[in-house]
Design a protein around this ligand. Structure first.
Ligand SMILES: Nc1ncnc2c1ncn2[C@@H]1O[C@H](COP(=O)(O)OP(=O)(O)OP(=O)(O)O)[C@@H](O)[C@H]1O
Length: 366
């Protein structure tokens, strides 16, 4: 088990990077603590696999340091880092039995055979592989093969961390939840640092205590699923987390708040002071569909809007309204009566977020 510390870490695949856009990992500092379960969540191409490969040692970063328990490991080869990596596609030795696949890392380390047998049986029991121990790996189903890949990481006592790179991609949907549950159980039992890469927010939030959201080579927010939902620190987190994602629109600055089209929204004096002092011109506001209120009759502080359409998603409804040119989604309870045609939209102050240069501006007391 280890704490993994990334210090001023950066990586470019280009030999002569000319700017930040040439970096797959933009300079970052981050700590994965001992024994916790983390998810690294982000869209395709944001740098997730690059980051995992740097931690495991498959890739040398162009800048910065990786420390395991305060020891710099940049020069230590992957096989000596004691990191187990489980990839999208199972890596098994097809011609070997499941038992020999699981025993392989231990026999490589010259572990006495009695201990190998005990350890393989222990892990096979946890992963429910006892019945296939004698089978050749090539005769296994995709999910059994992936369990063998995971098992190879778990058999070693001295493993510092397990890195999962989208491990459930090839697994049948109905088995996914079962394997995910198994991983969680393994984490609770072994207390190993685990980093789980995915682009699926549901997978991330069911597996991890904390999620690092990655975008464009950077970790733009690190927090619990609830923090990502309630206080998206970056417009990308607002957009990427949630279904549908956050309503976000560019706005202009006015003396008392922000303006889009003909609609002016006043801000609290604290937010307004930050807005007025900003040298930027890139301002946005955002609100999650769960917090938008749409009513047929006006309420205090509401704005007239036009109802566009409604989608029934089974357990809830999504209503789309237009305020000027801004198309806003609002989530309504399944049995709520939906407003029609000309209605009113309200943004509770607590949930209306201001973004400058794509980052959240927070009030001191929020
Ligand atoms: N070997 C390579 N040579 C050059 N560029 C690469 C290489 N591997 C990745 N990249 C680029 O680095 C960036 C990050 O890629 P990476 O594979 O780390 O992203 P990812 O988030 O894991 O994506 P995915 O979910 O699709 O695997 C992308 O722009 C990608 O095109």
């Amino acid at each position: 088990m280890a704490e993994i510390h990334l210090k001023s870490l950066a990586h470019s695949y280009s030999k002569n990077p000319s700017g930040p856009e040439d970096y797959a990992i933009r300079e970052m500092n981050h700590v994965w603590e001992h024994g916790k379960a983390y998810a690294l969540l982000g869209p395709s191409g944001c740098g997730k696999s690059t980051l995992l490969n740097i931690i495991s040692g498959l890739l040398a970063p162009s800048g910065g340091e990786i420390l395991f328990d305060n020891v710099v490991v940049n020069e230590i080869p992957p096989e000596d880092r004691n990191i187990a990596q489980v990839f999208q596609f199972p890596v098994v030795y097809d011609s070997m039995t499941v038992f020999n696949n699981l025993a392989f890392p231990l026999r490589n380390q010259k572990v006495p055979e009695a201990k190998v047998i005990a350890k393989v049986n222990e892990i096979a029991e946890i992963l429910e592989l006892q019945d296939v121990l004698k089978k050749k790996a090539k005769n296994l189903t995709a999910d059994e093969k992936q369990k063998v890949s995971m098992g190879r990481g778990l058999v070693r006592d001295n493993v510092s961390a397990i890195l999962f790179d989208e491990p459930l991609t090839v697994i049948d949907p109905h088995l996914k939840w079962k394997l995910r549950r198994k991983l969680k159980q393994i984490h609770e039992q072994f207390n190993i640092t685990m980093v789980y890469v995915t682009h699926d927010q549901l997978e991330a939030s069911t597996f991890a205590d904390q999620i690092a959201v990655m975008y464009d080579g950077q970790i733009v927010q690190f927090g619990t699923p609830r923090e990502l939902f309630e206080k998206p620190n970056h417009t990308f987190v607002g957009y990427f987390i949630g279904s549908p994602g956050m309503n976000i629109t560019p706005v202009q600055r006015t003396p008392h708040g922000v303006l889009f089209g003909d609609t002016e929204i006043p801000l609290s004096s604290e937010l307004n002071a930050i807005l007025q002092a900003s040298p930027s011109k890139n301002f946005k506001i955002g609100i999650r569909p769960e917090f938008v209120q749409v009513t047929q009759e006006p309420t205090e502080g509401s704005y007239p809007c036009e109802v566009q359409y409604e989608e029934d998603l089974g357990t809830y409804k999504v209503l789309t309204v237009k305020l000027g040119e801004w198309e806003i989604k609002a989530i309504l309870e399944e049995n709520a009566v939906s407003p029609t045609k000309s209605a009113y939209v309200n943004f509770p102050t607590q949930w209306l977020k201001l973004y400058i240069d794509e980052y959240l501006v927070e009030e001191a007391l929020s």
